[in-house]
Design a protein around this ligand. Structure first.
Ligand SMILES: *Cc1c(COP(=O)(O)O)cnc(C)c1O
Length: 371
């Protein structure tokens, strides 16, 4: 099956192969393997060894997003959330339920947040200490670039929390270029092309020291993950981790380096997204996002207006032809969402486009423009 979804993404057989062994996380050999991964993760985030640390947290991506909010924003603290998409909505909800006061800065899910609007919102809200930015908005496919918004946050004397989950490893970001950044979070899956099972935070040690006791949760306290490593060694876990997924992530990082790291991955995905976008337009679809705002992670098109259109049937017929795409949408209007990420290339995208054309023919969907 060809997975064209923004997580879990298509992985390489070498990555999946190492999942088959029984291993113990506390075994000395695995501890060394794990300890060696942590500085590599810091390097991928553009952090500096000895200044920044990698903090793995078993579980899904939203868990590490919540852990980041809890750890760096004190209970009752005010967090401004750039809110231009479904994943930003999720961040607003989890931060609110964690007892943080969220000041939303809303925008349409079809364009990145303008830096001037963020600057004005920070000026109007002097008691906001942090800004949360969803970098690649996995609902619509737009990108809020931290290299544009970060300097605005820095100039206003506030701190940034980066949910970089869906673009991390492909979109350029260097923690050491962002003195305003408290934490960047991502997962083993998505653009690093590992298996699901781990969230990661990379954060400056100085900030982790300053934020002890903020979290109000033992499990979701990144400062505690850090203190545990200091006290028990960098190969040690607090609780039983998804150990096989972590080993597979090590293989995924080897493949990432061999491909040429971030620039190579971005180039491959950008090409995938371009072929996908242009191919869907050529088939008669209306893109959800204008090309100038289209990021390289996912492409959405409006669902067709043809009376013969049936979303569920389309997804099932695509699956029958070996292509799995999301059977839901996370945009303000009904869309078809197709990912450009994972261990896939242009030939896979062209194969998928051919299947889409065939399925539309089979369904008799001639009128493909937005309703
Ligand atoms: C995938 C993703 C997450 C985490 O999703 P999980 O299903 O919890 O792993 C968080 N933020 C963004 C922007 C994402 O794309």
């Amino acid at each position: 099956m060809l997975l064209l979804i923004p997580g879990p993404v298509q992985t390489r057989p070498e990555v999946r192969a190492v999942m088959g062994d029984d291993i113990a996380p506390w075994d000395d050999e695995f501890r060394a393997e794990y300890a060696a991964m942590r500085p590599r993760i810091v390097r991928i985030a553009g952090g500096v060894e000895g200044v920044d640390v990698a903090l793995p947290l078993p579980g899904c991506g939203h868990m590490v997003v919540e852990a980041a909010v809890r750890t760096f924003v004190p209970a009752g603290g005010r967090l401004l959330a750039v809110r231009n998409g479904n994943y930003a909505d999720r961040l607003v909800r989890l931060a609110t339920e964690a007892g943080r006061v969220v000041v939303p800065l809303p925008g349409p899910d079809t364009e990145p947040m303008a830096p001037e609007r963020l600057a004005a919102a920070l000026e109007a809200n002097p008691d906001v200490t942090h800004v949360a930015v969803v970098v690649s908005e996995t609902g619509s496919g737009i990108v809020n670039d931290p290299n544009i918004l970060g300097p605005v946050i820095h100039a206003a004397g506030r701190r940034m929390i980066c949910d970089a989950v869906s673009g991390f490893g492909a979109l350029p970001f260097r923690l050491s270029d962002h003195p305003e950044c408290d934490v960047v979070v991502f997962t083993s899956n998505k653009c690093l092309e590992g298996l699901p099972g781990f969230g990661f935070a990379v954060a400056p040690i100085a900030r982790l020291e300053a934020c002890r006791g903020n979290a109000g949760s033992w499990l979701l306290d990144l400062a505690d993950v850090y203190q545990h490593a200091v006290a028990n060694g960098w190969g040690s876990f607090r609780f039983t981790p998804a150990v096989q997924a972590l080993r597979a992530f090590g293989v995924a990082m080897d493949l990432y380096d061999a491909e040429g790291g971030q620039p190579a991955r971005l180039a491959r995905y950008a090409r995938n997204a371009e072929v996908l976008y242009d191919g869907l337009v050529a088939l008669g679809f209306t893109p959800y996002v204008e090309k100038r705002h289209q990021g390289p992670i996912i492409v959405n098109v409006h669902q067709p207006q043809d009376p013969a259109w049936d979303f569920g049937r389309f997804i099932a017929l695509m699956k029958g032809r070996g292509v799995l795409i999301s059977n839901f949408w996370n945009t303000a209007q009904p869309t078809i969402r197709i990912a450009a990420i994972g261990a896939i290339g242009e030939a896979d995208i062209r194969f998928a486009l051919a299947q889409i054309e065939a399925v539309l023919g089979e369904m008799g969907v001639g009128l493909r423009r937005a309703a």
